[in-house]
Write a protein that binds this ligand. Structure first.
Ligand SMILES: *Cc1c(COP(=O)(O)O)cnc(C)c1O
Ligand SMILES: [Zn+2]
Length: 408
């Protein structure tokens, strides 16, 4: 038997990894996303073998990759985990740790997935890789494939933040900016990618991405000295990142390295809460798509591709979904920056907006982790209302007046 197998999230059928590339042929792309399952009993793994700030390849034993295949030389993962006791006290909870993924090579959580996708593209012998993206998966794939021989095609809404689009051109990707939504770009990319026979790095379709993303959960466990939080809050668009947090803790649990899994709480933007809607309707979970409207571009997803997994995993963890307004997201960006020095992009600070909303309910004994998934510099237009730039004449009197204003 190989190192891992693939299992359909809906029908439960188990496939050898050589039998199927993307999703369960019987259940299709939405219902038939695949889980990577390992032979947990036979994996020898110990807490002591991990270090706190090593990159994701330290988890090779529980990643679906072959020995000796391509590994990105960029430092993906090993991002900081900050303990913020005074903020926890202010919020009325016992402990708050903040996982900040804005320090990844292309400044978002997506690098964890792109790293695995590129390794798989090499293992499978492809020369071209593509993805559809709200922006970060795009810049991530472009950045990590830049030093490789792979050709990279990117489909994204032309309305994506200019910083993310700029990354694509700087990294030399072939850019297809669609005058439409992410959901439209996604469907078009799938058609073209299939026609061309390119390797697909699309959320939920490619089962290996989630395995890269789960490394964030593994790092939280290690960096927090195996003190597992009661709750973990993370923002949700397609639903892959949140699923990956459950999966990471689930793997550690199956391996006997931890004895419980945090309750996973998904935070969506009010104007794009498609996954929350499906979850709240209850089982059987079925896709139910919407039109979106939010400033948090990275989670502006109306047709979430990993909705089934996200709902099942969150339910299994004992968690739930909440939503926050754009106003709450903007205040969260500002407040988090001011109080911790961590500057998140809108979808990044969404988890903090969610925590502010429910901290009281979680209670005085709650140990909480939140994930800031992207760097604030990715989208500076969103925060322009905080930027009060005015020109001051280059003379001392004018400057003294301004300083006086600040001091009063
Ligand atoms: C992609 C992304 C998310 C959400 O991940 P999904 O897998 O789409 O749910 C959250 N924050 C940022 C910054 C992202 O780029
Ligand atoms: Zn199936």
């Amino acid at each position: 038997m190989g190192k891992y197998k693939l299992r359909c999230i809906t029908c439960g059928k188990i496939y050898e990894s050589s039998e199927v590339e993307y999703t369960c042929p019987k259940c299709g792309n939405r219902m038939g996303t695949l889980e990577v399952i390992y032979d947990y009993e036979n994996i020898k793994i110990y807490r002591e073998e991990f270090s706190k700030y090593e990159n994701i390849w330290q988890f090779e034993k529980i990643l679906p990759i072959e020995k000796g295949s391509y590994r990105t030389p960029l430092h993906v993962g090993g991002t900081p985990l900050y303990n913020t006791p005074s903020l926890a006290e202010e919020l009325g909870i016992k402990e708050l740790v903040i996982k900040y993924d804005g320090t990844n090579p292309t400044a978002s959580y997506k690098d964890r997935a792109s790293a695995i996708a590129i390794t798989k593209a090499y293992e499978k012998g492809y020369d071209t890789i593509y993805c559809a993206s709200t922006g970060n998966a795009a810049s991530s794939l472009a950045g990590l494939s830049a030093p490789t021989k792979l050709k990279t095609f990117i489909f994204l809404p032309a309305s994506a933040p200019i910083a993310k689009i700029s990354q694509l051109f700087i990294y030399g990707a072939k850019v297809i900016p669609i005058d439409g939504s992410y959901d439209e770009a996604f469907d078009i990319s799938m058609k073209i990618g299939e026609e061309k026979g390119w390797y697909c790095r699309n959320s939920a379709i490619n089962p290996y991405l989630l395995e890269g993303k789960k490394t964030g959960a593994l790092e939280i466990a290690i960096q927090n000295n195996w003190n597992i939080p009661d709750y973990l809050l993370v923002s949700v668009g397609d639903g892959t990142v949140i699923s990956s947090f459950y999966k990471g803790f689930y793997d550690l649990y199956q391996l006997g390295l931890i004895d419980r899994i945090p309750k996973i709480i998904g935070v969506q933007a009010k104007g794009a809460s498609a996954v929350k809607r499906v979850f709240d309707k209850g089982e059987p979970f079925l896709p139910d798509d919407i039109e979106t409207n939010t400033i948090a571009d990275s989670i502006s997803v109306g047709k979430p591709r990993d909705v089934i997994k996200a709902c099942k995993y969150v339910k299994a963890s004992g968690g739930y979904f909440i939503s926050v307004s754009d106003e709450e997201i903007l205040s969260a960006i500002y407040e988090l920056s001011l109080k911790t020095g961590i500057f998140g992009e809108p979808a990044g600070a969404t988890s903090y907006a969610g925590l502010k909303k429910i901290a009281k309910k979680l209670g005085k004994e709650a140990k909480v982790a939140i994930v800031i998934t992207g760097n604030g510099l990715k989208d500076i237009k969103a925060i322009e209302k905080f930027v009060k730039l005015r020109k001051i004449k280059p003379d001392l009197k004018a400057v003294r007046e301004v300083i006086e204003e600040y001091e009063n």
